[in-house]
Design a binder for this molecule. Structure first.
Ligand SMILES: Cc1ncc(COP(=O)(O)O)c(C=O)c1O
Length: 431
């Protein structure tokens, strides 16, 4: 069931959708969009909403940014599709640009269409390049819905329900969720228990020599907007390096500026072997990518992987324009500054209001966790907060296995005044 109550959709559209759009898709709201621009969405009800969901962390520089639309239109005048038959410049230009902003020695890319597809490609590369089959991912991680990506996804059993058996040779280690620890430990006294658990997997279940890769979200997205301790990420890096295991950073949600840096890995000094990106890369045009060093990517023989639509010329042009805009308007700096400001205001709101257990995040990837008096998850409270926010023109969505964590993730163009306005609506709803 959707977390936010249905409203604002004309009955006609709703009925037509019900007949012909699969019920598997869950819409977070029923706002029928007339027009979207910047952080705003105009509904057919005549109301204007502030979109603090960024179209699921995707329109990182706002809805319909004019510079990106212009670049896409220019590209559409010359070539819309290649299908790997013809060569075209927007894809090469994008790869060159990405090689300058991705961490470490990553300088070669494979473009595809969705986050899940890029995750699949990254894991395939790891298996192919190492000749090993084992994959380790982290509990709470979300990596997509296709069978391979789903097999490493554990943000909720309901996503996997009905699809077993999944891809074999996948093992799951705990992700440090220190606010409500899986193992019931305290942040102050636990340093490495998650890591020890992972090491036990490598002793009891699969030898390190059989593991191709570990896949981790440097900041957990769908699983709860959780920022891990910095030394945990570094220790994972060390463990992978020690055993020749490739480390894949899934930055589909945390990437492209959302955390105030191009990629969240940078906050931890992490240099992954393979990085996966999607969502914000092209401001809403369908595009994803995974990147690795040329040395690693070149282990693939021609034809080992492929695509018809991946690296679409229009999407690539939109991505180059997105990078231009982020650099020209210094939006990484804005995301870092506005994120810091929003967190400080949310901490004040937490102090004034019972029921908010934790406020955490990096840049504009902020989680606000609602709990009951006994410390358990308070999904109902968040649901009513989100509904109230929607009534007052603010779109916020949830995450976490218990759906009790609000994601505060406005586009990176957000101003201090807009954060003030949104958080006033939020606090009024919390009260
Ligand atoms: C971290 C992460 N990886 C992968 C995916 C899958 O992306 P897509 O829905 O484009 O397949 C998502 C989507 O939310 C995600 O957050």
């Amino acid at each position: 069931m959707p977390a936010v109550k249905k409203k604002n959709m004309t009955e006609d559209l709703k009925e037509r959708g019900r007949k012909h759009i699969t019920p598997a898709l869950v819409f977070h709201t029923d706002i029928e969009v007339r027009k979207a621009y910047g952080i705003h969405v105009e509904g057919s009800d005549g109301k204007t909403y502030m979109d603090f969901s960024s179209g699921l962390a995707t329109v990182n520089i706002g809805h319909c940014p004019p510079e990106v639309l212009e670049a896409a239109k220019r590209q559409m005048d010359s070539l819309v599709h290649s299908g790997c038959i013809f060569r075209y410049s927007s894809e090469v230009e994008l790869a060159e640009r990405l090689s300058r902003i991705t961490p470490g020695s990553i300088d070669m890319f494979f473009f595809s269409n969705s986050g899940a597809e890029a995750v699949e490609g990254a894991v395939k590369l790891a298996r192919y390049a190492t000749g090993r089959q084992g994959v380790i991912s982290f509990i709470g991680g979300f990596h997509g819905r296709t069978m391979g990506a789903l097999s490493i996804t554990t943000s909720a059993a309901r996503y996997r329900q009905g699809f077993h058996p999944l891809v074999p040779c996948v093992y799951h280690a705990p992700y440090p969720y220190c606010f409500r620890c899986h193992m019931g430990l305290e942040r102050t006294t636990c340093a490495t228990d998650c890591l020890e658990y992972l090491e036990r997997i490598l002793r009891y279940q699969i030898t390190p020599e059989e593991v191709a890769c570990m896949v981790i979200e440097p900041v957990l997205g769908e699983g709860g907007y959780i920022v891990p301790p910095a030394d945990f990420i570094q220790k994972i890096r060390d463990l992978c390096s020690k055993h020749g295991i490739l480390l894949i950073a899934d930055e589909v949600q945390s990437g492209f500026g959302r955390t105030g840096k191009w990629f969240a890995s940078e906050h931890f000094g992490l240099e992954p072997d393979i990085i996966v990106m999607a969502k914000g890369i092209a401001s809403g045009f369908p595009l994803s990518a995974f990147g690795a060093s040329a040395a690693l990517m070149s282990k693939w023989s021609p034809g080992a992987h492929g695509t018809t639509f991946g690296g679409n010329p229009v999407s690539c042009a939109a991505a180059v324009a997105t990078i231009d805009k982020i650099e020209k308007d210094r939006l990484l700096e804005n995301a870092a500054a506005m994120g810091g400001y929003a967190i400080s205001r949310l901490l004040e709101i937490k102090n004034r209001n019972k029921g908010i257990g934790d406020v955490r995040g990096l840049g504009l990837m902020i989680g606000v966790e609602f709990i009951k008096n006994d410390g358990s998850a308070d999904k109902e409270r968040l649901e009513s907060v989100m509904n109230r926010c929607l009534d007052n023109g603010l779109v916020i969505i949830e995450c976490g296995i218990d759906k009790n964590i609000a994601r505060i993730m406005p586009p990176m163009i957000v101003t201090r005044q807009e954060i003030d306005k949104a958080l006033s609506i939020f606090e009024e709803a919390v009260r």
